[in-house]
Design a protein. Sequence first.
Length: 269
Amino acid sequence: MDLQLSGKRALVTGSSSGIGAGIARLFADEGVSVVVTGRNVERTEKVAADLATSGATVVSVVGDLATDTGAAHVADVALEAFGGIDILVNNAGGGSEGDTVSWFEMPLSEWTATYEKNVVAAGRLIHRLVPGMRERGWGRVIQMSSAAGIIPTSAQPDYGTAKAAMVNLSMGLSKTLSGTGVTVNTISPGMIMTGLLQGFLAKFAEKRGWGDDTDRAAEYVLKGCGQTVNRIGQVEDVAYAVAMLASPLGGFMNGLNLHIDGGGTSSIY
Ligand SMILES: NC(=O)c1ccc[n+]([C@@H]2O[C@H](COP(=O)([O-])OP(=O)(O)OC[C@H]3O[C@@H](n4cnc5c(N)ncnc54)[C@H](OP(=O)(O)O)[C@@H]3O)[C@@H](O)[C@H]2O)c1
């Protein structure tokens, strides 16, 4: 099936690694011109160079989306390079980069930092790039939430609440953009094998006295998470869903929150 993505222009935040890099790769394979972006220069340039090798039109830009200046720089470079962005994937984010994920030990400044890099970062790029989509009468905004945003846990209060806000933001924006040709949807991944998940599993193993046995941690977490597909997700599992939402063929899907979690969300809601 031709997803009709060829010739579209996309900005994928957090595409210097993990899920974002997987989305950028799939877009490039489908003929989309892609802006690759992250904070780490080496990783960002490496992903962009890999995509360019296979003939894709790629631009790379480094910026911290948790700041106004960083986000403005990323948007400026993207607009300058492609003249407009048709598909914005607000994928960058993650939880606290501090040492603790527990409710009462994590400083509140970490809650703010997590909100900044997930929710406000998305808002900054929406402000800059979505008015152009509305004027052209076509666009796609796809936001990365998490299973943690739907199923609150007893740890990581910064992360679950920020990811829940991403879902609310998407639905509200889809209503704001009613009838404009711009759709806004959310994806809530479960466990996807990336550096982020590896870091979580490493902390999990260490806390239980299992040393650096992340395989044991993965097996344990998988057993207890209620998934009905018995494996950890891969970045491609998320990228396929993003491509479907981004495609012109996906234009009747709006305000959705797609759970890409191997059946881990045990609720009909
Ligand atoms: N992996 C999972 O199991 C899972 C599950 C649910 C949801 N998610 C969500 O999926 C998204 C991608 O996660 P991932 O697993 O692919 O993690 P990852 O490999 O750690 O990638 C995170 C990406 O976000 C970028 N980023 C982080 N903070 C940023 C900031 N302030 N400004 C600009 N870029 C920033 C990173 O850039 P640099 O590295 O260059 O700094 C990196 O490219 C995140 O929003 C995460 O919360 C992941």
